[in-house]
Design a protein around this ligand. Structure first.
Ligand code: ATP
Ligand code: MG
Length: 240
């Protein structure tokens, strides 16, 4: 968090944007006793877990176990019935607040605008986060390269393959440079080589100082993470 007087005198190309100074470790995301129900049916039951800066937490479990629900709650998209999500000391109350604090989510359905290009999708997200124009151009050029899509950057999303769309969504999430990255099944449509590339990018994001949470069905991908929370019928067990 940028709280020092000295840092305030340095021009910040991300002024007004994500509240995270890459020079400092990011805050810890803490989920405490969270219960979420849809139509009165509990989907998460009393879940407690911590996502630490510099680390990747895998969230595993069968389809329908509640992985997306947990990441959505961590993102401020869902208000839990009981319990709390905190970023550092701050209680998360809404998605708007979470965005301001730098909580980035790469949704399972990608959430891309199909009639914009890959690059435009990234630029729109950066502009919405008040990233300065020059920095927006720089990151929108760099992010597709990082996911191996330099040649597809100016292609419409609706013309991209499923795996290319998935990598575009990740590129957009990485370009935002948040303090928390919530990556929901970001390798599910990828071949082995691209899966490895994405795992390396998640590691790089953690090394940058972000707390990374990665929902996955893939045991090998989970094994590459620092810790693993397993969900079964909404009940969480920290496996390691
Ligand atoms: N908006 C909603 N309204 C009602 N029920 C929902 C809603 N979203 C999810 N559910 C239900 O909550 C449960 C958990 O869903 P969730 O999407 O979190 O699972 P998941 O672990 O991410 O599954 P997958 O591996 O298939 O992505 C499922 O039974 C699902 O049907
Ligand atoms: Mg899911």
């Amino acid at each position: 968090m940028n709280t020092t007087g000295a840092a305030a005198t340095i021009p910040n190309p991300r002024e007004g944007a994500l509240n995270f100074d890459p020079g400092e470790p990011g805050p810890t995301l803490t989920v405490t006793g969270v219960t979420v129900a849809y139509d009165g049916r509990p989907v998460l039951r009393d879940v407690t877990v911590t996502a630490r800066p510099g680390q990747i937490l895998a969230v595993t479990g069968p389809s329908g176990a509640g992985k997306t629900t947990l990441l959505s709650t961590m993102a401020g998209l869902i208000r839990p019935e009981r319990g709390a999500v905190r970023l550092g000391e701050q209680l998360l109350r809404s998605r708007d607040q979470a965005v301001r604090l730098g909580v980035v989510i790469v949704p399972q359905d990608n959430g891309l605008a199909p009639i914009l290009t890959a690059s435009e999708n990234i630029q729109v997200a950066l502009i919405a986060n008040k990233v300065a124009p020059g920095e927006t151009r720089r990151r929108a050029a760099e992010a597709p390269e990082r996911v191996g899509l330099a040649e597809q950057a100016n292609q419409l999303v609706e013309e991209l393959s499923g795996g290319q769309q998935q990598r575009t969504a990740l590129a957009r999430g990485l370009a935002l440079q948040g303090c928390v990255l919530l990556a929901d099944e970001v390798t599910s449509e990828l071949d082995a080589q691209n899966r490895e590339r994405v795992l390396q990018l998640l590691r790089a994001e953690a090394d940058r100082g972000a707390a990374v949470v990665f929902a996955t069905h893939d045991p090998e991908a989970a094994a590459a993470c620092d810790s693993e929370l397993h969900l079964s019928d909404g009940t969480a067990t920290l496996l390691r």
